[in-house]
Design a protein around this ligand. Structure first.
Ligand SMILES: CCC(=O)SCCNC(=O)CCNC(=O)[C@H](O)C(C)(C)COP(=O)(O)OP(=O)(O)OC[C@H]1O[C@@H](n2cnc3c(N)ncnc32)[C@H](O)[C@@H]1OP(=O)(O)O
Length: 298
């Protein structure tokens, strides 16, 4: 299915529109009724998801529900979907930082909502909704970073795995606490964690509900770096991300797309996709300028 979608994406003239439609996993053929679950999620209000898109092509997405340590209410889940859709349309975008308000990332789903959505069917619908959104986040043509601060628990830990990179402040902690709640990850966090770490380390983190501190997270390859201090983490994360987003948006987006193809597609299809993405930048303005300037890489 995914292979077909990627192929279609490159055949269609209006590829940006198709990209948005095809990046989700579940639709009504899977028994997923988005309207129904949205109606239920609307009942669990509180908090917000804020997006600011800067001129330098870096977006800042803020999880904003500090009274509950930025736990995800139902309306925040819906707002996250809306902001991801907005980012899919951001032609000049290059990077995205996801962080939490008031120096803490996210403590997972709002336990008040979890208690009231406790039937297996509601749980699976909520999972499909969040997996769709986080898969679309993962497939954004932007370089994404989770800024990990405070205690990042449950669904908050899962959200970090949908980003390309994770940076941690010195006092922070990531913990897949699901087992302690009689659960397993359902927002796609287990599958993505296996891709990031390999199955044995992922199993160790989940089965032990291990508190992963920055040094250990760096050691096992869960994060890219530990920030130097907790004083100005957003600024430091911006500086880190800018090293990877220098250059025109079309080139940065192409970089992310070739990596996505390699990550998600069988090798032969990934190679063909890479060739087509290459065709979008070869002879393009950035390529011609680099040739004119006889750029050297000393
Ligand atoms: C997808 C699966 C999931 O995500 S399951 C959810 C997993 N998360 C949890 O179980 C979080 C449980 N909460 C905690 O462990 C602690 O509250 C943590 C986050 C460590 C913060 O501790 P501490 O700094 O001492 O603050 P606190 O406990 O006083 O919390 C402040 C208020 O926030 C609330 N809060 C926190 N997290 C949630 C949450 N996920 N859902 C609902 N409420 C949450 C606390 O209950 C507390 O509220 P109140 O001040 O007691 O009214």
């Amino acid at each position: 299915m995914t292979v077909f979608l990627w192929k279609s994406f490159h055949r269609m003239p209006n590829s940006r529109l198709l990209w948005q439609r095809t990046m989700s996993l579940y639709n009504h053929t899977h028994g997923f009724e988005e309207k129904e679950i949205k109606k239920k999620l609307q009942q669990f209000t509180g908090g917000s998801i804020n997006l600011s898109k800067k001129e330098d092509g870096i977006g800042i997405l803020t999880l904003n529900n500090p009274k509950l340590m930025n736990a995800f209410t139902g309306t925040m889940m819906i707002e996250l979907q809306e902001k991801i859709a907005e980012l899919e349309n951001w032609k000049d975008g290059k990077g995205l930082i996801i962080h939490g308000a008031e120096n803490t990332f996210c403590s997972g789903s709002d336990l008040n909502a979890v208690r009231l959505l406790s039937s297996p069917q509601d749980g699976m619908n909520m999972c499909m909704f969040m997996q769709n959104t986080l898969t679309r986040l993962m497939r954004l043509p932007l370089i994404t970073v989770a800024l990990v601060q405070g205690k990042v628990l449950g669904g908050g830990a899962e959200l970090t795995t949908a980003c390309d990179f994770r940076l941690m402040t010195p006092e922070s902690e990531i913990r897949f606490v699901h087992k302690q709640m009689g659960l397993v990850p359902g927002w796609g966090g287990a599958a993505r964690l296996v891709h990031i770490l390999g199955s044995s380390p992922a199993l160790r983190l989940l089965s032990g509900a291990v508190e992963v501190q920055p040094e250990s997270a760096l050691h096992i390859g869960l994060i890219e770096a530990i920030l130097s201090s907790s004083d100005e983490p957003l600024e430091e994360t911006c500086t880190w991300l800018k090293l990877h987003t220098k250059g025109p948006a079309e080139v940065i987006q192409a970089v992310k797309k070739v990596i996505l193809a390699g990550r998600e597609l069988p090798l032969e299809t990934a190679l063909k996709t890479e060739m087509k993405i290459f065709g979008t930048v070869w002879g393009g303005p950035a390529n011609l300028e680099a040739l004119t300037q006889r750029t050297k890489h000393k």
